[in-house]
Write a new protein. Structure first.
Length: 120
């Protein structure tokens, strides 16, 4: 039986302090349409947590929300591949709203690999 992959509130970065901590203490990896901010060992022995940033430059509220939903789905699908205790902030650039879901997923996985957060 396949394990259900959930993305509950406890797995999300929601506070401004958490985003600031990733920015100041972590590292970032930049791609064409995404930037991944990573803070390793933020919470040892805990599951990976993720937050998503889509600025107004990405588009209207509908476009920004669709982009965030796509990014959340990518994280949800691949959360079992990510090392524990990692905080990830995914920042969408203007082009993120225009690319297809598989292209966005490929870039996210490529950046995660470059950031060395995948526990294969």
């Amino acid at each position: 039986m396949q394990k259900r992959l959930r993305f509950s509130k406890s797995r999300r970065l929601t506070l401004d302090l958490e985003f600031q901590r990733v920015r100041t203490e972590g590292s970032s990896v930049r791609g064409e349409t995404l930037t991944l901010g990573v803070l390793k060992n933020a919470e040892p022995n805990a599951a990976a947590r993720a937050g998503f940033i889509t600025s107004r430059r990405v588009g209207s509220a509908v476009v920004r929300n669709r982009t965030r939903r796509r990014l959340r789905e990518i994280f949800r699908k691949h959360q079992h591949k990510i090392s524990g205790g990692v905080w990830i902030v995914t920042i969408a650039s203007v082009g993120a709203a225009r690319v297809t879901f598989p292209a966005l997923e490929d870039e996210w996985l490529r950046l995660a690999g470059r950031a060395s957060i995948l526990a294969l």
